[in-house]
Design a protein around this ligand. Structure first.
Ligand SMILES: NC(=O)C1=CN([C@@H]2O[C@H](COP(=O)(O)OP(=O)(O)OC[C@H]3O[C@@H](n4cnc5c(N)ncnc54)[C@H](O)[C@@H]3O)[C@@H](O)[C@H]2O)[C@@H](O)CC1
Ligand SMILES: Nc1ncnc2c1ncn2[C@@H]1O[C@H](COP(=O)(O)OP(=O)(O)OP(=O)(O)O)[C@@H](O)[C@H]1O
Length: 458
């Protein structure tokens, strides 16, 4: 049990909190249109992936085009033998399988320098927050693990500060899982349930009431109830939006739950985030909410928003696609591909498909064979970290070219996050087999990031 506690946790946890965790058993248990001239950079990534994937192959034949593969790369990856072949037109079918599999239909190419530029540098000039400030809006009475997994994954990637905005009922459990997380309760499920109950009572009274004066009084009571609801939700919205200027990414959805009264506040937060051009990662119940007809206007805005990553599982994808098809007659939802939106969509599966407009990257990294709950949350947190780095590097860059390049890099950053989680999942599975849980994946993330950086010599 002692080994399961995070460093420093013993100093700050109350005995009660510790016992809570103990009894609940909730503590963590321990690229087609490639420009051929640009292909020269791709062996770096392909080989990186091969190194990362721990395949038994140690000798890989990599085609190089004009200009040839950078010597720097050859030096760095001695286990990979570079076989040179001269470029001709339409060489795509001659590309090794690894290339066409990994970089399916990619319009942009990425150099090793660009790959390194996805990571903020570790320097002595860094201050708390300069490697990313993230917030997760999720966590409800029922789901306390999901926001913890997402937030901890971001921290384990190397983000400095993560805040979890959640229900009051979830805040103490989440605080007890980790002393590193800043946890702020932004609404109470009990309070929202009271509002629903009181409104149902007033509605029932209204239906049976025949006296005009009494009906007016009930009307007035319902108006006061709506005012109270507005006040409660405004507080939620203001608490979260007040932090926007300091955030690099806001992830919405892990463990959010599906309380009907909370959804208008979630939609308002998303709309304010878009107004502030804040990077968004949307997962789980946020995607469920967006598939509902009441939130089609929010979905419509998000579809044309560049700064969003949506990470649907199979079910969420089906629901969202169906909603988008239902909106076909809706002025802006024209075209055959419901996913042809401005932002990035990660369709999770045995192969994660990362797409943005006409670009599609496929993460073919092999994962583990265990599908425990929470790995999707680990992925949402990891993507949030990479997107936060992309945002802060974009903000710190010089000139419009840098901004354009960073935006181009974003899809690549998201793809890399997907590969990292797959690899972490496989490492965790190798270690724990059937006993593997999301916590074990979380424990592998830091090492996988270190391995990526080592291979890229960041
Ligand atoms: N420990 C926790 O607190 C966890 C909380 N979670 C939260 O639980 C809430 C509901 O999430 P769900 O994902 O269950 O909700 P959904 O309503 O999207 O249900 C998903 C359903 O689809 C099925 N499904 C998903 N992928 C599938 C595939 N590839 N093939 C066949 N069936 C598939 C699942 O088995 C599940 O029954 C979210 O807020 C989520 O964040 C989950 O993330 C799991 C862990
Ligand atoms: N069939 C599969 N084979 C291998 N990996 C998979 C498969 N399906 C999903 N994954 C991986 O599992 C992780 C979570 O995806 P999943 O579809 O389970 O999301 P989710 O349902 O939202 O998860 P969670 O319930 O944990 O939030 C992702 O890293 C994804 O790549």
């Amino acid at each position: 049990m002692k080994a399961r506690l995070r460093q420093g946790a013993g100093d700050v946890m109350t005995l009660g909190a510790f016992m809570y965790n103990f009894t609940q058993n909730l503590l963590p248990s321990s690229i087609s249109r490639p420009s051929l001239a640009r292909w020269s950079s791709r062996p770096v990534l392909s080989s990186w992936l091969l190194l990362l994937s721990n395949t038994s192959r140690t000798t890989v034949s990599v085609a190089s085009f004009d200009p040839p593969c950078p010597s720097r790369f050859r030096k760095k990856t001695p286990s990979i033998v570079m076989a040179s072949s001269h470029s001709t037109t339409n060489n795509e079918q001659r590309l090794p399988q690894e290339f066409s599999d990994i970089f399916h239909r990619v319009d942009n190419s990425f150099s090793s320098d660009q790959a390194r530029s996805l990571f903020p540098q570790l320097t002595s000039a860094a201050h708390k927050g300069s490697h990313g400030r993230i917030a997760i809006f999720g966590g409800s009475e029922k789901y306390t693990g999901a926001p913890y997994y997402a937030a901890s994954a971001a921290l384990n990637c190397g983000v400095d500060l993560v805040t979890v905005f959640c229900a009051k009922e979830a805040s103490i459990p989440i605080k007890c899982y980790s002393p590193e997380l800043m946890v702020q309760s932004v609404y109470s499920v009990e309070e929202l349930d009271d509002l629903v109950r009181e409104d149902a009572v007033l509605k029932a009274r209204m239906e049976t009431e025949r006296d005009g004066e009494q009906m007016n009084m009930i009307d007035e009571e319902r108006r006061l109830l709506r005012d109270r609801q507005h006040h409660i939700l405004q507080k939620t919205i203001l608490t979260i939006t007040a932090t926007f200027p300091s955030l690099h990414t806001l992830c919405v959805g892990p463990g959010l739950g599906r309380h009907g009264l909370l959804f208008p506040a979630v939609a308002a937060v998303l709309e304010k985030a878009m107004e502030s051009n804040l990077a968004l990662v949307l997962d789980a119940d946020a995607l469920y909410m967006l598939s509902l007809e009441e939130y089609r206007d929010t979905l419509k805005q998000l579809i044309s928003y560049e700064n969003v990553v949506m990470t649907p599982n199979l079910m969420e994808s089906k629901r969202l696609k169906q909603s988008l098809r239902n909106f076909r007659n809706y002025e802006d939802f024209k075209g055959d591909d419901p996913w042809s939106n401005a932002g990035i969509v990660v369709q999770k599966g045995s192969t994660d498909v990362v797409s943005q407009k006409s670009i599609t990257l496929r993460c073919k990294e092999k994962g583990g064979l265990k599908r425990s709950g929470g790995i999707g949350d680990v992925l949402a947190g990891t993507i949030s970290a990479f997107v936060a780095w992309n945002t802060l590097l974009q903000n710190g860059g010089g000139g419009n070219d840098d901004v354009t390049r960073q935006l181009e890099n974003r899809i690549f950053a998201v793809w890399m996050a997907c590969c990292a989680v797959k690899k972490a999942t496989r490492n965790a599975f190798d270690r724990k087999r059937r006993a593997m849980s999301a916590q074990h994946v979380l424990e592998e993330i830091g090492e996988v990031i270190r391995e990526i950086e080592h291979n890229l010599e960041v």
